[in-house]
Design a protein around this ligand. Structure first.
Ligand code: SF4
Ligand code: SF4
Length: 478
């Protein structure tokens, strides 16, 4: 293409060119990972964590606490039920504290034990494990899956792929349904979905189902490698005494194949027989022998794989093992590494975590089991009523955060001759809130014009606890 002046237009490539002049993509093409299944200590721990976390996740919304769901974040009614606790939006501080405590716990855990959370308890890892188990059961282990993907489409291949997709979709939808069941009573949600009612509920079940399917079925290790921010900032929490999965290069190198009968040490070889089993089992498709990599989720499957090989070769276990950088470098024992756990950064994280947790628990224990909000009635700011009195009207919202009906008594103070003329006592049902209209009177002319501070005292009759809220009484110009 030419410019208006007739000269050839310069073409700017959108990606750098290699030495031959071809366009090179800035992005690495995704290589599908076909992890091989392995059994061993860490594999069993991973499955134990899958069962434990999923028992809690799928089971919790079905448990009842009296007449209601045991754990329910009822956004519509603006109430959170957590076992015996009823929290209102005013209790948001507890949620904030809980998030800070969780973040600190993750920092502490990462400083001590590296990425064990990623490898054993992160939902991304857990659901990927479940999806891979289904894939393994339907399509076979690594070599069978590689063969199947490389073969032409036959009835058998279509059948296997369809069955896998069907099972993945079923697990995804059940996961989406369970997740929404933490926000909408799950028994009611089940009935609504069966009757095809509740378009928002249907949308969110499909949305979370789709997210599970996409993340665990297709993206898998890509989420850990490219999307998860935790993988990026974890290095800030690591030091040379953090537990990581390490390959003992001093013992393993130079690597190379050999038979059991050969004296490999005489041939100058290390303990690694270069079987690549540790690479084949890795769910993120890396070679731990290249050193610590940010992609490593610390799942320990390469440890299981290498220990199996070491057993077969009659070499000592632990060529790949959980250790620390200092531990590997200085050849420390487990006890020596344990002694380094209580280092300054760990003590600081622990101190802050304990202080925050104790503070939050103490605050929850002494928390008043009801809330009061006072709103002035803006329709009638101040008026003269029968008997020569000046009236101000307020609306009090009282929230009963207990599991039993409660009686409340309102009193007001702050001005000479102040009288509360509305019904002072009433009942609010368990975990309910109620708006109460309150009229305050003072003798006309007993206070100067302007706004005067007053205070409402609300007493919970059964528990004897009291909450006081401030407001103002307006006296108009005469
Ligand atoms: S390198 Fe080992 S510990 Fe790290 S992700 Fe791969 S298999 Fe898991
Ligand atoms: S499994 Fe062990 S022996 Fe085999 S390649 Fe990996 S480190 Fe070497």
């Amino acid at each position: 293409m030419n410019t208006p002046s007739g000269k050839p237009r310069k073409v700017i490539p959108i990606a750098p060119a290699d030495s031959q002049g071809d366009i090179v993509s800035l992005y690495e093409a995704q290589k599908k990972v076909y992890p091989r299944s392995i059994t061993g200590l860490f594999s069993r721990w991973r499955w134990a964590m899958v069962f434990l976390t999923q028992l809690v996740f799928y089971g919790l919304p079905w448990l009842q606490w009296g007449e209601r769901q045991m754990v329910l974040f009822d956004l519509g009614a603006r109430r959170f039920y957590i076992f015996g606790l009823v929290l209102y939006p005013q209790d948001f501080i507890y949620l904030t504290a809980l998030l800070i405590i969780s973040a600190l716990a993750l920092f502490l855990f990462t400083a001590v034990a590296g990425r064990l959370w990623c490898g054993f308890a992160c939902p991304q890892t857990v659901y990927t494990e479940i999806f891979m188990w289904i894939e393994h059961k339907v399509e076979g282990d690594r070599s069978a899956r590689l063969r199947l993907d490389g073969s032409p489409w036959t009835v058998e291949k279509i059948g296997k792929k369809s069955l896998k997709q069907f099972l993945w979709i079923a697990v995804s939808l059940w996961t989406g349904f369970t997740f929404v069941g933490f926000f909408v009573p799950i028994r009611q949600l089940g009935g609504e979905l069966l009757a095809l009612q509740g378009s928002w509920q249907i949308f969110w079940v499909l949305f979370y189902g789709f997210a599970t399917y996409g993340n665990a079925g297709f993206l898998r290790e890509q989420v850990c490698k490219y999307m998860c921010p935790y993988a990026r900032f974890q290095s800030a929490m690591f030091d040379r005494d953090t537990l990581i999965v390490t390959y003992d290069a001093g013992r393993g190198e130079p690597r190379g194949p050999r038979t059991k009968a050969v004296d490999y040490k005489a041939k100058g070889l290390g303990d690694c027989i270069d079987c690549t089993l540790c690479v084949q089992v890795c769910p993120v498709g890396i070679d731990i022998r290249n050193g610590l990599q940010y992609e490593c989720i610390g799942c320990g499957l390469c440890v299981d794989a290498c220990d199996t090989v070491m057993d077969k070769m009659h070499y000592p276990r632990g060529l790949i093992r959980f250790s620390t950088q200092n531990g590997v470098q200085h050849g420390w024992s487990k006890l020596q590494m344990l002694k380094r756990v209580l280092r300054p950064r760990v003590l600081i994280y622990t101190g802050v975590l304990v202080a925050l947790s104790v503070g939050m628990l103490a605050s929850l224990m002494v928390r008043t089991p009801f809330k009061v909000d006072v709103v002035r009635d803006r329709a009638a700011l101040s008026r003269i009523v029968a008997g020569g009195k000046l009236e101000n009207i307020y609306r009090l919202q009282i929230m009963n955060a207990t599991e039993a009906p409660q009686h409340y008594r309102i009193a007001a103070r702050g001005l000479d001759g102040l009288e509360l003329v509305s019904e002072p006592e009433f009942q609010i049902e368990a975990a309910q809130s109620r708006w109460v209209v309150v009229q305050l009177h003072i003798p006309y002319g007993s206070a100067t014009e302007g706004s005067h501070p007053v205070q409402f005292d609300v007493l919970a009759v059964e528990t004897g606890k009291q909450v006081s809220e401030k407001s103002v009484f307006l006296v108009p110009r005469q």
